[in-house]
Write a protein that binds this ligand. Sequence first.
Ligand code: FES
Length: 108
Amino acid sequence: MTASRVCSFSELEQDAALRVVVDGVPIAVVRDGNDEVHAIGDVCTHGDISLSEGFVEGDTLECWAHGSAFSLRTGKPLNLPAYEPVPVYAVQIDGDDVLIDPNVKKEI
Ligand code: FES
């Protein structure tokens, strides 16, 4: 499988998350304050909550429900109540296109 275009870079707001679904896999795409783009699983491991509805703080995405903040680099929760990581996906930028293959996890 190859990476799919999920959105354009220019439609991503800084320090905000966008929910996309690629081949049935929900993914939170985040452009951080340094214009780096990250992609992590969009379902909080503590509950069935969309992480993209949460808050970007530095290189973390915080679940709005109970406050677990997930690293955008490793997928690991940095505080309870969540304790299981979410997957982290490799992101390719091609011009203004943001491409993700949900079968390719990022090397951490
Ligand atoms: S559902 Fe995300 S921290 Fe509880």
